[in-house]
Design a protein around this ligand. Structure first.
Ligand code: TNX
Length: 484
């Protein structure tokens, strides 16, 4: 999981893990030792039974895995490919009587899309570094390679900036429903970035604007427009200058066309670019319901140019596609439905027409914050929820936006908004097992004998024991035949 590009059973006897040894790439060997120890209690010794190498052969992130009765060989095209081969090996380990074994087979595997993401909203509820690390481990184990961090919203600003210290000093202490807030000090953000890199994940940080900026107004009231409370359909009403702890959206905006706002935008993305080694900076652009459309277009065009000038590729939610002057190459993140409205499709296409590509996050399929079942205590329902595992699996990226085919799709991302999500246990309860559907759609070939709901649900069920030993508290959905 996700299903590999090519798998062939060889019919040999399985490889026995007891007493096995490992040699080769030290990082990959350490990951494998830890995974096998957690899963089986077996401590792999040092030696030649399992050989791990990076050999530069094959597409980026690909690997070859060969298991016979006498040995295991994993060769990665690069370090990421080898890491993914180790994850696959971890999934193949199973009990046979008293022994832990790996079936004999040959796998060649490579990703379909280069960008395979999850998003964690750390603004509605703050999630500390340990929680983020745990989510990185979970996502990386499914060969996901992007962690998008939603670092600011109406409820709080979550990253310390030296150029704008008031943001975390005045706008980070609270969260939804009076929960404690928090923020990442710069060294903590860098720890997250480094930990993600060690699991071959790139961090895509987002400061959401011009909407979703009520918290900015606590720190810098001179650049905040008055709240437009008429647009709120759910959640409490904000008061300018006071922390917002509700879940309403769309009411806030920066003041556009003001030199102080322009200076703010330059400062925050300049510092974010300095702190972020990855190529992408996300500037939001969603649900600016109270912002004048011309101001909105001007603002997102200008912000995309600022980010481009910093040497980074801008990413924005698809509404920003409405701006005629968006910087060429800006990546659009589509969050409409699998069958989109005309406006959402048109906005999404606009990115491709300007040399950019799309990240697909269709809300009625991959929004992990939708309730998985009607009786789930956690989650929202606005995107045609509850969203079953079958629905999360049953869509094809090239079938969403007309005119957006394989080449225009950078990848797939599953966002987890956290209005109802306060702890790692809550994250697990919503993300699992649907995160596996997003991973398979992002990684696996579009078709093949095993690319079916029947195969998928069986393979999800087979991961139950591994997830349990990894401490993942997934809900036992009735859609899945869980292995005891
Ligand atoms: C819409 S999707 C939002 C978020 C909410 C989310 C809840 C998007 C770009 N914006 O502000 O948290 O719905 O599902």
């Amino acid at each position: 999981m996700p299903f590999p590009a090519d798998v062939a059973r060889t019919g040999d006897a399985p490889f026995a893990l007891d007493g096995a040894t490992v040699r080769g790439d030290p990082d990959a060997a350490e990951h494998l030792r830890a995974l096998v120890r957690t899963r089986t209690g077996v401590d792999l010794g040092t030696g030649g039974g399992i050989a791990l190498t990076v050999d530069g052969a094959g597409p980026a992130e690909s690997y070859r895995l060969e298991v016979s009765a006498t040995g295991i060989r994993i060769a990665g095209a690069d370090a990421a490919g080898l890491f993914y081969g180790v994850q696959t090996l971890g999934q193949l380990v199973h009990r046979d009587g008293d022994a832990w074994v790996v079936p004999s087979l040959r796998i060649f595997d490579a990703p379909r899309f280069a960008y395979r993401g999850v998003m964690l909203d750390v603004a509605r509820h703050f999630h500390d570094v340990a929680t983020v690390r745990a989510y990185i481990d979970r996502a990386a184990s499914l060969k996901l390679n992007v962690l998008h961090l939603h670092l600011s919203d109406d409820q709080g600003w979550r990253l310390e900036l030296r150029s704008r210290p008031e943001l975390t000093a005045k706008a980070s202490a609270t969260a939804v429903d009076g929960a404690a807030g928090g923020f990442y000090a710069q060294d903590e953000y860098q720890q997250i970035v480094a930990y993600a890199a060690s699991r071959h994940m790139t961090v895509v940080p987002e400061f959401d604007m011009p909407g979703h900026t009520h918290a900015v107004g606590l720190a810098y009231p001179e650049i905040a427009a008055a709240p437009v409370v008429e647009v709120i359909t759910e959640g409490s009403v904000p008061v300018a200058g006071e922390p917002y702890t509700g879940i309403g959206v769309g009411f806030s905006s920066l003041r556009i066309g003001d030199e102080a706002t322009d200076a703010f935008v330059r400062d925050v993305y300049t510092e974010l670019a300095e702190l972020t080694p990855g190529p992408w900076l996300h500037f939001g652009g969603d649900e600016s319901l109270g912002t004048d459309p011309e101001d909105f277009a001007r603002f997102v065009a200008q912000t995309s140019a600022v980010i481009t000038a910093l040497g980074k590729t801008p990413v924005a939610w698809h509404e920003a596609g409405a701006a005629a002057d968006l910087a060429p190459g800006t990546i659009g993140q589509f969050w409409g439905f699998v069958s989109p409205t005309d406006a959402a499709a048109r906005h999404a296409r606009a990115f491709a027409e300007r040399g950019g590509r799309l990240v697909l996050s269709p809300a009625d399929a991959v929004y992990l914050d939708m309730k998985p079942t009607a009786d789930s205590p956690l989650g929202l329902t606005w995107a045609n929820g509850p969203t079953s595992l079958a629905r999360a699996y049953g869509w094809e990226p090239t079938g969403v936006v007309e005119g957006i085919g394989e080449e225009a799709i950078l990848g797939v991302e599953a966002p987890l908004w956290t209005e109802t999500v306060a702890t790692l246990e809550d994250i697990d309860a919503l993300a699992f097992p649907r995160i596996a559907a997003a991973a398979e759609i992002a990684w696996s070939p579009a078709s093949g004998a095993e690319r079916s709901w029947e195969s998928f649900r069986g393979r999800v069920g087979g991961l139950g024991p591994l997830w349990t030993t990894l401490g993942i508290r997934f809900p036992a959905l009735e859609e899945v035949p869980w292995t005891a």
